[in-house]
Design a binder for this molecule. Sequence first.
Ligand SMILES: O=C(O)CCC(=O)C(=O)O
Ligand SMILES: [Fe+2]
Length: 442
Amino acid sequence: LSQCSLREEEFYQDPAMHTMPFDLGYGPQEFRAYKQPDVSTFYRERPGDRRAKTPAFNGFAFKIVNMSPNRVKYFWDPGHGPGSPMSSIGPWDSAGTASFPTHKFYLTPFDDETKIIARFVCTPPQAVYYYDPITVEGDEEATQANLDALSQHDFDRYQAHSDSREFNKQYYEFTGREYLSTFPRNTAIHKIWPADYFGQEHWVTSEEVHFVDLPEESELKLPSTVGRDRRLKDGERFLEKYRSPEPYMNMTMKVLSWSTTAGDNREEARHDIRETRTSLNTWVYREKDLIIDAIYRRAADLLRIDEALLRPRSAGEVPEMKNTRGLAEALQLVHYEVGQEYTAHHDFGYAPFDRKDQPARFATLLLYLNEGMVGGETQFPRWANAETRAGLDVEPKIGKAVLFYSQLPDGNMDDLSQHAARPVKIGEKWLMNLWVWDPEYQ
Ligand SMILES: O=C(O)CCC(=O)C(=O)O
Ligand SMILES: [Fe+2]
């Protein structure tokens, strides 16, 4: 039951969307592509009045597409000693990481780590790298033999990747960015708030309870049913009187485990030599109590998403959605001590090839739970601006939230959503991540 400053139809009039003609060999087609506006427009000035600064941070998304019917392993090659295992990549699947120019990677068959079958060097602006053992450059006969050896099913998948690769080329020429999704991918089913210029304001009102104090345990009981019946009646909004963000911290501090960036393996996390993430985290479920439930409801209003989409639904509750699974992850509560950080990364990942809808994280809502530490800023090192090469630093404040999207309005993943948690220098930092997926939570 929220209100906001824009009418629904205004969401669709994004001045950064342009018609891109393309041709994959099946005749001319059109795509609505996101093209980053001239930086001057972010200052509400005429295009060309200002020049964008090149960020000092030179990190880049790095994605490997496995254009083969075999599972492979991919390694980061530090240049000395053995490679550092990243992950395995299934047939026709993709994997990726946040990387830097000159960083090297190699692939091996899944069952023989000693046999290197491909090498890649991260060379921005290239972001997508294709492992294609089928096409043999300059040898049509060998290529044909490889194609003939594929089953019809695999041949179709190879063709789909080849088309996506060609689309990516034309998308890059048009937008100056690589297409990090696999073409075609639908645009997000949710609103993306416009961010057309610095200082642009949107407002949203919410009737959901804003807990600012810790209520009695008995008052926090969740309705026991799921689905429509679970909606709070107006008379049940009595919990308004409470103030303070502490409750959701205290309830969960006891169960912190090592943060991992891949899987939930504690040992693996300890030995993660990349040391990208050194904080501790745990998960807080919406069903825990009414405070957490209210956070989801307020987040839903902010995102202009039906709160029902952020929880399991009874069949047919939201008829447009086939799947009854919630689109949001549990809240991820994160704690950083002095020296702990999360180096620059993306929140999105790469969906398995067989998921035609390519589910991925769509929006991140960062909820700061404390303040006053030294360091610990959330940094967006690649923000577009005309003033500084330094990143955009967001300082944690109690009650403050940061919303950013991992996807562009055209269905591509947004490489510039890359962000970092700067090391805490004095004190500690508490925050929660609320991740919403599109079009489904995988
Ligand atoms: O701690 C922060 O400021 C950001 C955390 C983050 O990016 C993450 O957990 O994915
Ligand atoms: Fe993140």
